[in-house]
Design a protein around this ligand. Structure first.
Ligand code: KIV
Length: 296
C-alpha cells in the first residue's frame, strides 16, 4: 500500500528545504516515528521530518521518562525507521548521557547515528551551554537540530515537566539560547513547552526554522508525538496534544474480537484454512480405511 499521490513526485527534504520553507512562510511538518511501519506511513503522508525521538523510551519501551534509553536502543529504532523513510528528513535524538561527558564522545556517538542508523541529523537538548559542542558536531559534517524550552532530559533539574520561559529572566535566557543555536548553525530548533508569545519572539529573531511542540502557532513548523495523535499513550494528554484518531480503541476492539472468535470456535473458518489436494485426500482415505480394517 502506498499513500503517495500519483503524479506528485516528492523532493527529498534536506536542511536547505527547511530554510526555504521558513523563508516562504510554508509550515514545516514533523512527527515522531520509531519503527519501519510507522515511519513509512508518516513519510508517505508527506511529513517533512521524521524524528526518532527519545520519547520512544516511554512510547515504545515503557520507561517512566527519557533518561534511561541508551544509544544502542536509539540506534535500533533509528535503523528501523530509516528503512521506512524515502523523502522526509530523518532526525535521531541523542539520548541523555551520550553527549554530556566529553566532546569527543559526543562526536563519536553522533557519527554512529549517521553511519549505523542512517540519520541525516541528530538532535541535542540545550542552548547556549551546548553551542560549542554543537559546532564540533557540525564540523564533523553532521547536521544538528537544537531543542530548548522544556527539555525532558533535564526533568530532574527542572523539577518536573513544567512550562518554561514564564518570567522575564527565563525569556531572556531562552532568547540567548536560541541565538546561540542560530549562530552555531543548527538545522532547526525544536521549541518545547513555552508560552506562544515566546515561541513567536524566538521564531522572529532567528534565521533557523523553529519547530514547536506546545510553543504556539507562530513557530515555523509543528511536531507531535505519533503515539499522542493516535491515543496510544495510556494516560492524560498534554494541553497541546490533538488526538486525530483513537487507534488505542481500534486495536483493543480488534484484539477482543479475535479472542472471542477463538474461544467460540469462530476462528479459523473453513475459508481461512488450507486444504489437502483432492488426490492426496483420496490416497489418505484409502490408507486410513486399510488401517481401520486391519485393526478389526
Ligand atoms: O523525543 C521527542 O519526541 C522529542 C519531541 C517531542 C520534540 O524530542
Amino acid at each position: 500500500m502506498s499513500l503517495t499521490p500519483i503524479g506528485e513526485p516528492r523532493q527529498k527534504v534536506t536542511t536547505a528545504t527547511l530554510r526555504d520553507k521558513k523563508l516562504r512562510h510554508e509550515p514545516i511538518t514533523c512527527l515522531t516515528a520509531y519503527d519501519y511501519a510507522s515511519a513509512r506511513l508518516v513519510d508517505e503522508a508527506g511529513i517533512d521530518i521524521i524524528l526518532v525521538g527519545d520519547s520512544l523510551a516511554m512510547t515504545m519501551l515503557g520507561y517512566e521518562n527519557t533518561l534511561s534509553v541508551t544509544v544502542d536502543e536509539m540506534l535500533h529504532h533509528t535503523r528501523a525507521a530509516r528503512r521506512g523513510v524515502k523523502h522526509g528528513m530523518l532526525i535521531a535524538d541523542m539520548p541523555y548521557g551520550s553527549y554530556h561527558v566529553s566532546t569527543d564522545e559526543a562526536v563519536r556517538n553522533a557519527a554512529r547515528f549517521v553511519k549505523e542508523g542512517g540519520a541525516e541529523a541528530v538532535k541535542m537538548e540545550g542552548g547556549e551551554k551546548r553551542s560549542d559542542l554543537i559546532r564540533r558536531v557540525i564540523d564533523a559534517e553532521i547536521p544538528v537540530a537544537g531543542h530548548i524550552g522544556l527539555t525532558p532530559q533535564s526533568v530532574n533539574v527542572m523539577g518536573g515537566y513544567k512550562v518554561q520561559g514564564k518570567s522575564l529572566s527565563a525569556i531572556e535566557q531562552l532568547m540567548k539560547d536560541a541565538v546561540a543555536l542560530d549562530r552555531a548553525g543548527v538545522a532547526c530548533i525544536y521549541l518545547e513547552g513555552i508560552p506562544r508569545e515566546v515561541g513567536a519572539m524566538i521564531t522572529a529573531e532567528v534565521e533557523t526554522p523553529t519547530i514547536g511542540i506546545g510553543a504556539g502557532p507562530q513557530c515555523d513548523g509543528q511536531v507531535l508525538v505519533f503515539h499522542d495523535i493516535l491515543n496510544l499513550t495510556f494516560g492524560p494528554a498534554a494541553k497541546f496534544v490533538r488526538r486525530y484518531e483513537d487507534v488505542g480503541a481500534v486495536i483493543s476492539n480488534a484484539v477482543q474480537a479475535f479472542r472471542a472468535d477463538v474461544i467460540s470456535h469462530q476462528y479459523p473458518s473453513d475459508a481461512e484454512s488450507y486444504h489437502l489436494p483432492k488426490d492426496t485426500q483420496a490416497a489418505l482415505d484409502t490408507v486410513l480405511d486399510r488401517k481401520r480394517s486391519m485393526r478389526r
